[in-house]
Design a protein around this ligand. Structure first.
Ligand SMILES: O=C(O)CCC(=O)C(=O)O
Ligand SMILES: [Fe+2]
Length: 340
């Protein structure tokens, strides 16, 4: 492929031996595309756990509707706000751009600490697998955040890690299993959108997909661009893990890191499964710019990025420059998505 066509390809970064050079690669991708792939080294998140989680997700979504509905999203039985089962059309990720809610189902699981939320079968019998998967996802997020901290030259090397230490209190972190059921093939663009255009609410998201089930698209200057599941199947036996920057890192860096808008669309009508780990800081973390000379030098170049963030939150765009906490930010986003 000529270089010019490949210029915007999302890089695959090997973070198994962290260094300043690796940190700069992560920062470069995070501040341009807002997306990067992490090479799956077979240890950080064991491929068998990924496979087993996908199998479990398929088993769960195949259970009767009534069984899933007992653990409806936000219900007390499911463990409260933002936990539990989302039914078809139960949420709208792009309320202004869509006539109907997203044609997908989801199940949200909060952090395993201090204890895992109540779960329906077959998830309950696999709670050790789920907790282990959540922990390995969280550890990978911390490694990515630490690399970003290095590249941003934050003097406190634990700046991000300490704000994501889940033993220290509640956070908005959510592990989400997604199921996009089979539909009649549609040619119509609006009907082929399975998850509306949105940016993610947390700091970092990890996304797992299955070979043959792409569908994810990023909004770039050139329009919507499809993200392959495995950008290099010849050299990478395991698909790499897709990482994207969420809104909070954009706030923390004065818009230097990009919380890129993305969506899921496919017109073939086939079913699709995916899993996302939305890593959030502790609820009381403040979202003001982090102490970094790199961000100071970046100055106000991120003003448009920040403006669109504030708009998504329903805040005055130029803003009341009051610093939000992670919890205030999440509450606002949930209000827009679910009307709660
Ligand atoms: O299913 C996917 O590939 C992406 C879903 C997504 O972007 C999300 O749930 O935030
Ligand atoms: Fe997303």
């Amino acid at each position: 492929m000529p270089d010019s066509e490949n210029q915007n390809a999302i890089p695959v970064i090997d973070v198994s031996r962290p260094s300043e050079a690796v940190a700069l690669q992560v920062l470069e991708a995070a501040s341009t595309q807002g997306f990067l792939f992490i090479k799956n080294d077979g240890a950080t998140i064991p491929p068998k756990d990924i496979d087993d989680m996908f199998k479990l997700s398929q088993e769960f979504f195949a259970t009767p509707r009534q069984h899933k509905a007992e653990f409806a999203i936000h219900s007390e039985k499911a463990g409260g706000i933002n936990r539990g089962w989302v039914s078809m059309q139960g949420e709208s990720l792009d309320p202004q751009g869509q006539k109907h809610g997203d044609p997908k189902q989801a199940f949200n699981i909060g952090p395993p600490q201090p204890e895992l939320q109540p779960l329906p079968q077959p998830l309950l019998s696999q709670k050790d697998l789920i907790s282990r998967f959540q922990t390995s996802c969280h550890n990978l997020c911390i490694s990515i955040l630490s690399l970003l901290g290095t590249a941003l030259q934050i003097t406190d090397p634990d700046y991000f890690a300490s704000r994501h230490d889940q033993s220290q209190g509640p956070s908005g972190t959510i592990f989400r299993m997604l199921y996009y059921p089979k539909t009649a093939p549609k040619g119509d663009r609006e009907d082929s959108i399975r998850a509306g255009a949105h940016s993610d609410y947390g700091s970092v998201t990890l996304l797992f997909r299955l070979p043959g089930q792409p569908g994810l698209e990023l909004l770039t200057e050139k329009g919507w661009v499809t993200v392959p599941v495995n950008p290099n199947p010849k050299d990478l036996i395991e698909p790499p893990i897709l990482v994207n920057i969420g809104d909070l890192l954009s706030f923390w860096t004065n818009g230097m890191l990009k919380s890129t808008v993305h969506r899921v669309t496919f017109s073939s009508g086939e079913e699709r499964y995916s899993m996302a780990y939305f890593c959030h800081p502790l609820n009381d973390a403040k979202l003001g710019a982090v102490p970094s000379e790199v961000i100071d030098k970046f100055g106000d170049q991120g003003v448009n990025e920040l403006r669109s963030q504030r708009k998504r939150l329903g805040l005055n765009e130029d803003g009341e420059n009051d610093v939000l906490t992670a919890k205030q930010h999440l509450d606002r986003r949930l209000k827009v998505t679910y009307g709660i």
